[in-house]
Write a protein that binds this ligand. Structure first.
Ligand code: DX5
Ligand code: ZN
Length: 228
């Protein structure tokens, strides 16, 4: 299972060091939370393409970077994130009117295409897009900040997506990955893995005052191997 740190709970003066620490701990995938001060309910601003370009420069080409766009105009500005060096752009279905065109644009630009949906959004409109999506991200908190409580009611949606993707793969279709984001920690990582999640975003569960990223990651991986 991929453990994908979100740097949202890091000290923003130390982003480079935090990223270095994650890479040294063995992390292969970093999740970058972009908020534009408008789209999320709490109107937060995080960072944008310039900071992402610096992170890409710092980690080199071998770390997988995704950006989770919590912005109003992803359909118009996605290219800035591709140019900044992300491997995968994940946009909110609630924020994009014509999602198939966004997927086509990302693929034409050589970037993977991901879709994210909020806990309250029905997945009926997502299922028809699965054959073209590289990843679907289920939000298990209301997007806007790190450190919120996990919403276990998203289980049904994740299991439905798992079933649909498994059918797609057995018919020779795309191996769409399933990711989860929000409130994931050592205590629930094995549970979401058992639902069929392959990549977990972890912010405050990795970057906190309790331990180093390496120590927190070791505990998370121990929970995964103890519950196989
Ligand atoms: C929430 C972000 C998440 C968040 C995860 O809006 O999309 O990536 O930072 O943080 P934790 O793991 O603390 O819930
Ligand atoms: Zn996120």
């Amino acid at each position: 299972m991929y453990i994908c740190p979100s740097i949202l709970t890091a000290d923003f003066c130390r982003i480079g060091e935090v990223v270095d620490e994650a890479v040294a701990a063995g992390i292969e995938w970093i999740h970058l939370d972009v908020m534009d001060g408008n789209w999320v309910v709490n109107k937060t601003i995080t960072f944008g393409p310039a900071v992402i370009a610096s992170i890409r420069e710092r980690v080199g080409p071998n770390i997988f970077l995704d950006c989770h766009l919590m912005i109003t105009n992803a359909a118009d500005t996605w290219k800035q994130y591709v140019d900044a060096g992300v491997d995968l752009v994940i946009a909110h279905i609630e924020a994009v009117d014509d999602f198939p065109t966004l997927i086509d644009n990302l693929h034409a630009a050589g970037c993977q295409a991901g879709l994210v949906y909020n806990p309250a959004t029905p997945i009926d409109n997502i299922l028809p897009l699965l054959p073209d999506l590289d990843l679907v991200l289920t939000m298990s908190v209301i997007p806007g900040k790190g450190g919120q409580s996990f919403m276990p009611e998203v289980e049904g949606n994740v299991r439905s997506l798992r079933y649909a993707v498994d059918s797609q793969i057995s018919e020779g279709g795309r191996q769409t990955k399933l990711m989860i984001d929000g409130g994931i920690k050592a205590h629930n990582i094995a549970e979401v893995r058992d639902w069929g999640i392959e990549a977990a975003v972890i912010g405050s569960g990795l970057i906190n005052d309790k331990g180093t990223i390496a120590e927190n990651l070791t505990e998370i991986q121990a929970r995964l191997s103890n519950n196989e």
